[in-house]
Design a protein around this ligand. Structure first.
Ligand SMILES: [Zn+2]
Ligand SMILES: [Zn+2]
Length: 200
C-alpha cells in the first residue's frame, strides 16, 4: 500500500500539470494505472491513465484532434491558394468558412468572372467555365476591348461579363451609352466569326 502522503504528492503534481494547461482535475488520485477525469480549458471532459498522460505529455484528446484538423485544413487551403494564384485568380471566400475539399468556395478568375464550386474541383484543375469554354481561342477582355475599339467606342468599365454584359462606353461623338458586344458586332455589320478571325 502506498502512503497517503505519496498519493497527495502525486495529486498535487497532477493538479499542477492540469493547471499549467489551463485545466483542472475532477477526480482523486488512486494509482498510476487508474483512470482520472479532467476538464481542459475549452471545457472538454476526458478520462485518461495518469501514468500515460505524464509519460507522453499528453492532454485533452478533443483539443488534440481539433488542432490536428486545423493544421490539415490550413495546409489544404494553402494548396488551393497556390493553385488559384498560379492561374491569376483569387479565392473570394474566407478561410474561416473552409471545411475541406468538399466545401463550396467562391473563386474569381483573372477576367473577373466569379463562380462557386467545390474546393475539390479547383484541386482537380478545373477552372472558370466562361474562360475555358471549348473552342475559345481569345482572351475575353482583350477580345471585347478590340471589338469596341474597332467600332469607335471608348470603354468606361471593366469588361468582366463577357458577351452577355452591357457596358458603359463613349461613342465617337463622346456621348455615353450602354451597349452589348452583340450590338457592336451588329453595328459593324459583320458576323462574330469574321470579327474573331479579322481582329484576333
Ligand atoms: Zn479540450
Ligand atoms: Zn473567367
Amino acid at each position: 500500500m502506498k502512503s497517503a502522503t505519496y498519493k497527495q504528492k502525486y495529486q498535487r503534481r497532477i493538479e499542477k500539470y492540469a493547471a499549467v494547461r489551463g485545466g483542472e482535475v475532477l477526480t482523486t488520485y488512486e494509482s498510476s494505472t487508474a483512470k482520472m477525469r479532467f476538464r481542459c480549458a475549452e471545457g472538454h471532459e476526458f478520462e485518461t491513465r495518469v501514468s500515460q498522460m505524464l509519460g507522453r505529455k499528453t492532454w485533452c484528446p478533443i483539443c488534440g484532434r481539433n488542432a490536428a484538423k486545423k493544421t490539415v485544413l490550413a495546409k489544404s487551403w494553402a494548396t488551393l491558394q497556390k493553385i488559384v494564384q498560379k492561374k491569376g485568380g483569387t479565392i473570394v471566400s474566407d478561410v474561416s468558412e473552409y471545411r475541406g475539399l468538399s466545401s463550396r468556395i467562391r473563386v474569381r478568375c483573372r477576367e473577373g468572372h466569379e463562380w462557386t464550386t467545390l474546393a475539390m474541383s479547383i484541386r482537380q484543375g478545373k477552372w472558370c467555365g466562361l474562360c475555358s469554354r471549348p473552342g475559345r481561342k481569345y482572351k475575353p477582355q482583350e477580345y471585347l476591348q478590340s471589338l469596341f475599339r474597332k467600332a469607335g467606342y471608348k470603354v468606361l468599365e471593366p469588361l468582366t461579363q463577357g458577351m452577355k454584359g452591357r457596358y458603359l462606353v463613349l461613342d465617337e461623338q463622346g456621348l455615353p451609352k450602354k451597349i452589348s458586344p452583340y450590338q457592336v458586332i451588329y453595328a459593324l455589320g459583320k458576323s462574330r466569326k469574321t470579327i474573331e478571325k479579322q481582329y484576333l
